[in-house]
Design a protein around this ligand. Structure first.
Ligand SMILES: [Zn+2]
Length: 238
């Protein structure tokens, strides 16, 4: 049966909170995917055909742990991934950059991620809610991030993730035409014929038990995710 989903991670670490996914669980998640026979593929492959069965891994924001904790596990499994980078948070030179309580990546580490098969994609420059920006500001946020990434890693971003998952029709029309696909935080697997300007993803925060991550493509997991999504919508977080 066809099953396609994009998974969202942020920090790979042991801090409390929804943005941190423990390194031990991350390794177990990838091992479980391998055992389940559900291939981990690049977005180009996943979005290339609705007949594909597989998942793509994405990391949002650009926390340093993507390099320090996730990359060794990705390498071990030979797994591709995508980093949605907010370029305004990148550490410059010897200075350490922090966003909230997280250490952020520097360009050296980002280039190494790129070389190791982690595609660097856009998450804007300033990580602002695009709904609050003018059309010109949206264009500037995207153009700045795209240019910085292209200059540093030599590849222009193909995909985009909305900061905080926030978008509206104007934002989708503005941004959707710039990239091959744009992603939200809507908690669902991909479905055939979906609008490429607002594709859903599964936040790993809701996949902390092997009961779910080892069986992503069975009806029970789909039912669990639909329930969690309904609760998110009621709370106004989606
Ligand atoms: Zn973000």
């Amino acid at each position: 049966m066809s099953f396609r989903a994009v998974i969202t991670f942020h920090d790979i670490g042991d801090a409390a909170g929804p943005l941190s996914y423990p390194p031990r669980l991350f390794a177990a998640f990838l091992a479980a995917l391998e055992r389940s026979g559900l291939p981990v593929v690049a977005l180009e492959t996943l979005l290339g055909s609705t007949a594909v069965r597989g998942v793509a891994l994405t990391f949002d924001d650009g926390m340093r742990s993507v390099f320090a904790a996730a990359l060794p596990v990705l390498r071990e499994h030979g797994t591709p991934a995508h980093l949605f980078l907010a370029t305004g948070n990148v550490a410059d030179g010897a200075a350490r950059a922090q966003a909230g309580r997280f250490d952020m990546l520097d360009w050296d580490a980002i280039v190494q991620l790129h070389r190791a098969g982690v595609a660097i994609e856009s998450h804007t420059h300033g990580h602002r809610d695009c709904r609050t920006l003018s059309d010109a500001e949206i264009d500037d946020e995207c153009a700045t991030a795209d240019a910085l990434i292209e200059r540093r890693v030599g590849r222009r971003p193909r995909y985009f993730a909305y900061p905080f998952g926030h978008h509206n029709r104007r934002v989708r029309e503005r941004i959707g035409s710039r990239y091959a696909a744009a992603f939200t935080t809507a908690l669902a697997p991909l479905a055939p014929g979906e609008d490429r300007s607002c594709l859903p993803r599964l936040d790993a925060h809701y996949l902390r038990s092997p009961r779910w991550y080892a069986h992503l493509d069975i009806p029970a997991t789909r039912g669990y995710l639909m329930l969690r999504r309904a609760l998110r919508i009621v709370r106004g977080s989606e």
